[in-house]
Design a protein around this ligand. Sequence first.
Ligand code: SF4
Ligand code: SF4
Ligand code: FES
Length: 747
Amino acid sequence: MGGKLAPSIGLSIDGRQVFASEGDTILSVARANNIYIPAICCLTRCSPTLACRLCMTDADGKRVYSCNAKVKEGMTVVTDTPELRADRRAIMEIYAINHPLQCGVCDKSGECELQDNTLFQEVSSQSCAIKDLDLKAVTWGRTHYDPALCIVCERCVTVCKDMIGVSALATVPRGGEALDESYKESLPKDAYAIWNKMNKSLIAHSPKGDNCTDCGECAAVCPTGAMIASDFQYKSNAWELRRVPSSCVSCPSACHLVYEIKQGGIDDPSEAIYRVTNDFHFQSLCASGRFGYDYANKGAKKDEAAFARAVAALKQAKAIRFASPVTNEEILILNRLKKLLGIKLINPSAFALARFLKTFGSVSGRKLYSGSKATIGDFTVSIGVRLSNDNQQLRYAINNALVVKKGAAIDFHPVGDAIVDTMHKNMLIMRSEVGEEEIALAKLLNCFADKLPDNLKAKIDGFVFGEAELEQINKLAENKSGFTIIAGSDLFEHPRWENLARMLGLLERYSPFKVVISPLFANDLGAALFADLDESAEGYRVGYNASGDFALTALGAKGENELDMPALIQQEGTIVSADRRVVPIYPALGYGGWTLAELYNALAGKNDRLERTVDLSAEIGRPFDELRNEFGADGEELRGFELEIGYVSEPVDALEPPKPPKLSGVVLYSARSIEQLKPYASSSDALLASEAFLEKHDLNDGNRVKVTIDGASIWLTARKDKYIRGEFAFIGVGEGWRFKSAKIAKG
Ligand code: SF4
Ligand code: SF4
Ligand code: FES
């Protein structure tokens, strides 16, 4: 993570010499070095809650809780003694009190940490009891909570607060009898404390529960069967599932995840995804990654006639237009098709990103930006990115830095966001007017670009800003050391994109900020870097997961002018994440239809044949079969490889004064819903609106609305979106600048 110091502290754990950084805990160092200390409640990346006390160790002869005890130079830690074992065994005995003996039907059986630790601590009897309560299970959105199975470890509460950033869960009183006083004397201190707490508490949605994004992370981290995804309840035992580690294709974050698969049913021999899991100590997922996987092109067959029509369509095409959810290897095939057929290659979002990066590089001197999620330290600025909708991992990383690293952050975005606005007291919200991003970047240059040459400094000083705001920014940044700026896709097709790219380039070059670019679509960055793109094209067009006179589609071919293609979760290949990593994806489900490589082979003839699409991975940088897809014990990303940042020719210093564009009429914003569960996460038939927007335009949830933009009209259904604040409404993601002048009329 950003700002982590180099390991300089030497200590011994169970006689093994290890090295740690200032501020590390004994447990984090042990985990990073594959030394096992029993521990349930502490999640790596989150703050310790001291809920389970199993992590007790002896450090320099003193009993400490290793998730909460910081390392010291020369420290000697012992993790296993007869006394520690006895105390841990007593805790596990308490956890088993009144825990229903239903492992045979419990969804967690086989992967339950309560089972594991009970066996590991050799609990075979119980010496205390209390009257059981009749606790009812509840369902919150996609999460099912059974309090009878809950050990009140608070992992769910902690992950929602420290990672997800909405603090939607809390402990509440459990009710029931108090413990018999005599247990205080007869039980070891920690076991009694655990029982006393467990006996008094339950988990419930807190007053902030209304902000729950239904991401399922709370259920993912639950060590027992207490909290599970409702759609997995009673579906399968863990050991029956085949695991396919891969990378999520829902957004540019490309998170590591695991598809868990088995036969679709007794009468269905084909395989189905039963759930998606994550290595939650190092990777959280959003709702889209966890629940939005069901968009494979199922049932596709090798239809010879349709294939021949597709080949004919490509022969007469003047252009191929493709959408960014595409592998890098497919992009290389599209480049080959372009060359072979002498046609144009169109992808407007990737074209805009490539153009933006080129201008950025001409000023920063770098081919790519230097930041990533991992560089997010104690001071982060986000601009032009809708954190709750575009890339939730970036929001999680900022929240984690705010809560755990005592960081500060600023969000410059015109649209109010119920989550970001209430995330943390050190999150400064600067809701500028639509189009004013140049002013925000100029403020940052003024505050942070100390190394700016005099001629540029004079220019920046010439732009007029509010002194009070500059002071506010400077104060927030005091004593901070890990600076990251996240620049989103509002900037790429902004009417003033060129000046914005230059300003961002200046920040990368002359300030301590490391820039992260946040594209809108999965693998937009791969398409921007590897596709040989054209700006526009006329004439007959073949669409690849995009509109065209003939369409190659992963959404299921529906007529004479469409040919089935595999969805990304049916493919092997690589994509580029916003972290600049080329990461692998693997097929979770089978596919029986044609592929882009087969179309290429049909057109190229015998002289240039592609055997496997992934043979092209080497052209991106590494052979596919050499790519790894996991995290190291210390959380290091061992997935794929990082793209070289590289340097471009001598950088150019150029800067214009801010000149924000003005929009007329009703201003709409182009964004996905926070859930993003639709295929390719782009289409939408809803106008997602804040309560204030609905009120202003005399609309109710469910009203049909005619939306006219640039003379073209569509009918949408107005839907209240609790996350949008201010008088704003979202249409689905589309082309061009994300803010649109529109006319709306109630149907
Ligand atoms: S629901 Fe699960 S994660 Fe939450 S407190 Fe209970 S056992 Fe722990
Ligand atoms: S589903 Fe996600 S947002 Fe909702 S309570 Fe669980 S972790 Fe928090
Ligand atoms: S892991 Fe330390 S108290 Fe639970």
